[in-house]
Design a protein around this ligand. Sequence first.
Ligand code: GAR
Length: 186
Amino acid sequence: MADPRRVAILISGRGSNMRALVGQAAGYEVVLVASNKPHAPGLDWARAQGLPTWAWDSKSVDREIFDAALGKAIDEHGAGTIALAGYMRMLSPAFVERFAGRMVNIHPSLLPRYRGLDTHARALAAGDKVSGCTVHLVTAELDAGAILAQTEVPIEPEDAPATLEQRILAAEHLLYPRALGDFVSS
Ligand code: GAR
């Protein structure tokens, strides 16, 4: 069994949570940054830090084949924990099963409210006074695994989705490194 303190981060985009996980790493080490988008801006940053990266464009590949290659890269780097950080692609059941109990995600809402996409617009449309972010275990059901940590963030009367997103993102960057450190040592 690979060391749980060796972490692979999966990204699809800018990777601001990845940067927070790398910059605030305590109790774990980031050994791989992997992406389903070869041009994800976060990959450039990871490479500039000297971190090992892996990428393959998932558009043209069967999900099972892509996930098998991703799993192989994770194994080859000896990662025992997987942290999804803005990884916007459904994982195959076989991949989820293979890494069950060792894979976490950050989601921009107070789960179980607002699984899936457009969480900020949905919180505003519902008239919520508070939203936030959640770190949870990844299971086969989308955004439904056990909750590991949450931060509440107030919603201001003048908020639009973009302003709420920025406030919650700042909370994500503090919550995720702490929650991941706790997770790998539990
Ligand atoms: C973050 O807000 C993260 O919580 C969200 O995507 C953003 C990625 O930003 N994840 C999801 O919605 C997953 N369902 P980042 O690339 O700057 O970390």
